[in-house]
Write a protein that binds this ligand. Structure first.
Ligand code: HXC
Length: 260
């Protein structure tokens, strides 16, 4: 499969890498590009040799937003009638394997929102995050008001979304939006690939269940969430990999997963 706006590779065992590659527009996101992202993630999600994915952009821009030129002439009927932005939800809503975003350079508007859709966010210190939609007469439209608020708290998110002010990779880390922050873009991408490789070395079944139960915590209260977790935990005693993993520990051997 050849793509026009993204690059797809498998740089480490079990790891799928997706790089946004529309340099002329600082990786601005428009529908054809999002459809390519969906195709790539769907293929990796189905590929049994892949255990985790990394999503990144260039050193200059993860993505400088949704494509303002694509949006500028739309009216309400165009947007509502065609479910504008709905295709963006495929990665967070349907991809079952973990996705790590490695954010360098600009991650503005829809770029920031796309980064936040990943399961884990890594960035470099000078990454430039922001939700500047208010400056264009609109609001975040791909989950920014919800995911940013959940990640960094209401007061900070409100300030950022109301002012359109940017924040750095260091801020993203200090506020808990990023799991880790790195000095350079190279280190950031390397670390994301290394983490993806680690995840890909585990049982696919266990990894899938980890992602499912953590995501459930976003929708359920603590009591129901813990009950859900326990059901899934119990279910894993029916998998071969539970036997393989626990027996290997007891025998001081490396587990050879069935579901890999
Ligand atoms: C379309 C964009 C773009 C965007 C940059 N470009 N961002 N095109 N949509 N979001 C294009 C520029 O028009 C320019 O094209 C080329 O990329 C290089 O950008 P420059 O502005 O010349 O680069 P620079 O001076 O380095 O400034 C970088 C920048 C600036 C600060 C990131 O480009 C910028 O402010 N971009 C817009 C950021 C933004 O507002 N994002 C939120 C969008 S709204 P030409 O042809 O002139 O070379 C949004 C809504 C989401 O995302 C809601 C639902 C998803």
């Amino acid at each position: 499969q050849t793509f026009e706006y993204i690059k797809v590779s498998t740089p480490k065992p079990g790891v799928g890498l997706v790089e946004i590659n529309r340099p002329k527009a600082l990786n601005a996101l428009f529908t054809p590009l999002i459809l390519e992202l969906n195709t790539a993630f769907r293929a990796f999600d189905k590929d049994p040799s892949i255990g985790a994915m990394v999503l990144t952009g260039s050193h200059k821009a993860f993505a400088a937003g949704a494509d303002i030129k694509e949006m500028s002439t739309k009216n309400f009927a165009d947007a509502y009638g065609a479910d504008f932005i709905e295709v963006w939800s495929e990665m967070p809503n349907t991809i079952k394997k973990p996705v790590i975003s490695a954010v360098n350079g600009h991650a503005l508007g829809g770029g920031c929102e796309l980064a936040m859709m990943a399961d884990v966010l890594y960035c470099s210190e000078k990454a430039n995050f922001g939700q500047p939609e208010v400056k264009l007469g609109v609001i975040p439209g791909a989950g920014g008001s919800q995911r940013l608020t959940q990640a960094i708290g209401k007061s900070r998110a409100m300030e950022l979304i109301l002012t359109g002010k940017s924040f750095s990779g260091q801020d993203a880390y200090d506020w808990g939006l990023a799991a880790r922050v790195f000095k350079t873009p190279e280190e950031c991408v390397e670390a994301a690939l290394a983490t993806a490789e680690t995840i890909a070395s585990y049982s696919r079944i266990a990894v899938k269940a980890c992602k499912e139960v953590v995501n459930k915590s976003q929708d359920l209260g603590i009591r129901e969430g813990v009950e859900f977790e326990r059901r899934v935990f119990h279910g894993l005693f029916g998998s071969e990999d539970q036997k393989i993993g626990m027996t290997a520990f007891a025998e001081k051997k490396k587990p050879e997963w069935k579901h890999r």
